[in-house]
Design a protein. Structure first.
Length: 262
């Protein structure tokens, strides 16, 4: 874990939930700066757990992680907050504040950097307002800046979430099934946007995706997880949809087990 050019370095990461379930069984991974990576795997493979453990939204039970060369595991709250400032998180269900406008949600992305004055409209500095409008324009929503986000479509809400994470000026975006709630056309648009903004700004992206075709089309590296282990790691250009089908076969088995157990 010595090379500082890596955006993400993970060694021996394990996660055992309190019910005894081992969701990550020792993950080693290195992602270079600016890389676009898809995490694929059936339901329950450990994709969300890996993303969450990487920034300690969940506390891993063993192993080490670094982001941009900085130790994530084992550090105190202040160091962790500093690291998280550079990490945008895009979720399946957008995680926006429903009753606020698109603009105010995007401004919220600057809170870690600019402080809580960004939460009070009258106190938001003019350069922050300008940057928020630029971020909204970049995702194609400048004309809907004043609309409450719960009155936007799912695709538009995910664009707001991307604009909010751009407002953080992130070095890394972790996206947990960013298009799972969207129809195929909106999903395609959001994946294109995520890929394009990341490429323009040199942002590293790790996205958990169920849509194999999006993973192959919009990312450059495919990481396959099965039962908490990496079982495939190769260039998207060398991967076919057939290579990934086996992951989803296992998913069906997992669903059947859950059905039996319930
Ligand atoms: N809080 C929890 N307590 C106990 N077990 C959990 C918890 N969260 C997740 N798990 C289990 O850990 C395993 C990995 O879950 P995780 O959500 O990381 O998988 P995933 O690959 O993201 O799945 P999906 O595609 O369904 O989102 C699953 O078996 C899941 O049931």
């Amino acid at each position: 874990m010595t090379n500082l050019s890596a955006a993400v370095e993970i060694q021996g990461l394990q996660m055992r939930y309190s019910n005894g379930h081992q969701a990550l069984a020792g993950v080693d991974l290195r992602v270079d700066s600016g890389q676009l990576v898809a995490l694929v795997g059936a339901n329950g493979a450990g994709k969300s757990t890996l993303l969450r453990c990487l920034i300690r939204l969940q506390e891993p039970t063993a192993g080490q992680a670094r982001i941009g060369g900085a130790e994530v595991t084992g550090v105190g709250g202040r160091a962790l907050r500093r690291i998280r400032r550079d990490v945008g998180f895009v979720f399946q269900r957008f995680n926006l504040v429903d009753r606020l406008s698109a603009f105010r949600n995007v401004v919220n992305g600057a809170v870690a950097r600019e402080g809580t004055r960004c939460v009070v409209p009258a106190l938001v500095p003019s350069e922050v307002r300008l940057e928020a409008m630029e971020c909204l324009a970049r995702v194609g929503l400048a004309d809907l800046a004043d609309r409450r986000v719960d009155r936007l479509s799912g695709g538009q809400q995910q664009r707001v979430a991307i604009a909010r994470s751009l407002m953080q000026r992130p070095k890394l975006i972790l996206a947990d099934e960013p298009v799972a709630s969207l129809d195929p056309v909106a999903g395609q648009g959001v994946m294109e946007l995520l890929r394009d903004v990341a490429t323009e700004r040199g942002i590293t992206v790790i996205a958990a995706l169920h849509q194999v075709e999006f993973a192959l089309e919009h990312t450059e590296r495919i990481i396959g997880l099965k039962a908490g282990r990496i079982v495939l790691d190769q260039a998207a250009s060398l991967t076919s949809a057939g290579d990934l089908a086996e992951f989803y076969g296992a998913g069906l088995e997992h669903e059947r087990k859950l059905e039996k157990a319930s």
